[in-house]
Design a protein around this ligand. Sequence first.
Ligand SMILES: *[C@@H]1O[C@H](CO)[C@@H](O)[C@H](O)[C@H]1NC(C)=O
Ligand SMILES: *[C@@H]1O[C@H](CO)[C@@H](O)[C@H](O)[C@H]1NC(C)=O
Ligand SMILES: *[C@@H]1O[C@H](CO)[C@@H](O)[C@H](O)[C@H]1NC(C)=O
Ligand SMILES: *[C@@H]1O[C@H](CO)[C@@H](O)[C@H](O)[C@H]1NC(C)=O
Length: 441
Amino acid sequence: MSSCWKKSNVVAGFAIIIIMSVITLSYFEKINFVSMLVHEMNIFSTPIPNTTVCKGIPAHNTITPLKDSRTFIIAPYFDNRKNKMTRVISIVHHKDVKELYCWFCNSSSGEIYISKAEIDVHSDRFDFPYGATDLKCLEPKDWEPRFVSIHWSPKGDIDQLPLFEIRNRDPEGSLVDFTVCISTMFGEYNNVLQFVQSMEMYKILGVGRVVIYKNSCSPLMQKVLDYYIAEGIVEIIPWPIDSYLKVSSYWHHSMDPKDIGYYGQITALNDCVYRNMYRSRYVLLNDMDEIILPGKYSDWKTMMQNLQEQHPDAGAFLFENHIFPKTVFTPTDMFNISSWSTVPGVNILSHVVREPDRKNVFNPRKIIIDPNKVVQTSVHSVLQMYGNSIEVPMDVALIYHCRVPQQVDLPRESLIKDTTLWRYNVSLIGNVNKVIQQIAV
Ligand SMILES: *[C@@H]1O[C@H](CO)[C@@H](O)[C@H](O)[C@H]1NC(C)=O
Ligand SMILES: *[C@@H]1O[C@H](CO)[C@@H](O)[C@H](O)[C@H]1NC(C)=O
Ligand SMILES: *[C@@H]1O[C@H](CO)[C@@H](O)[C@H](O)[C@H]1NC(C)=O
Ligand SMILES: *[C@@H]1O[C@H](CO)[C@@H](O)[C@H](O)[C@H]1NC(C)=O
């Protein structure tokens, strides 16, 4: 890598001298000239007059399509954990997109530095044509770009390219202990009671922030989200992915052959990891109907302190998924919750029996990560990281996952009663009541 850098610097310096001697060339001719060299050496720097200080079309949306309609940019993040680079979280067509360039702009001199992107399509694509992708661009060595454009060519008119601010250059925002990333709320989501209960459980367990990639939800759900936004806990990232791609509601292409799996869940998760890298000690990657429920400890902080002490090098902690079927009810007469009956959605306090493990059937896990150590994540495991992954035994914590049954024909006697959730009944019921009064259903 370092010899490659040196070589490119020498060539770049040589090229700059040539460019300076042909100052009569117009702007576009210069770019064209430069682009021929870029092909040869991947990285190139060229000074551009200050009249073009970071032009381009500022990107304001979460998903920005490029002109090729095969590349969708989510956000660039500064990442100097290994090389000094910008990692652009994006979605690309794994076959059609062969070449992309980062156009870094120096906002004081207007200098443009073009760097060929390494297109790293994540290995967990599950056969869909589009997948979560990192565009990895080495940055100029001697300055800190704050803006970048992405283009399929090293030549062109920068005025016409979308311009992105590079995030995480100066880590900002308040540091919390725990952030829950909810990838993709979709399908006019209206499971309000379960959502409120999950939120209140996260708060009891120690969450500081819940980031929700929102595709669609019901008006009542929106009211609940507004309540939590006002409270300062929830951050909504608009996720209109179905405006650009045909999305599947399933995780594998064979189940529903569309453009991308599960509303682009994996891309949202990776964006969430980088977005919270310097704002959260730990990040939980789970769905709205899942709660990482400690059995041994009363909250996540105590649990993670203990786990991290036992495994100082671990960057990912994997928790077993356990299904508590929403079709199997346990009476809750001892709780004063009759006022909840008007709220649409599942009441998790009624679902405290879980399906047993099956021999030879793998229990997928969900993850708590140290975002500083993670490079690429999937849904049930981390793909690339500094450090290692630990499988957390189920007596320490399990994922309380209340949903449709997986083992449909199981008789009730075969289910296991597990009332860990009820330990929190007093504070959970009190907190949920407050929210329900506020949203006045
Ligand atoms: C612009 O480049 C110069 C050196 O070429 C560097 O000193 C300066 O920090 C850069 N400014 C920005 C905003 O990147
Ligand atoms: C570049 O232009 C901006 C305003 O357009 C100015 O503030 C800045 O000082 C200029 N930088 C240089 C190096 O001339
Ligand atoms: C039950 O809860 C409601 C609030 O939801 C409260 O007004 C009422 O006093 C409670 N009843 C008892 C018997 O605690
Ligand atoms: C509700 O929680 C309290 C402790 O806060 C506990 O003593 C009680 O047993 C719980 N109720 C049930 C039904 O588990």
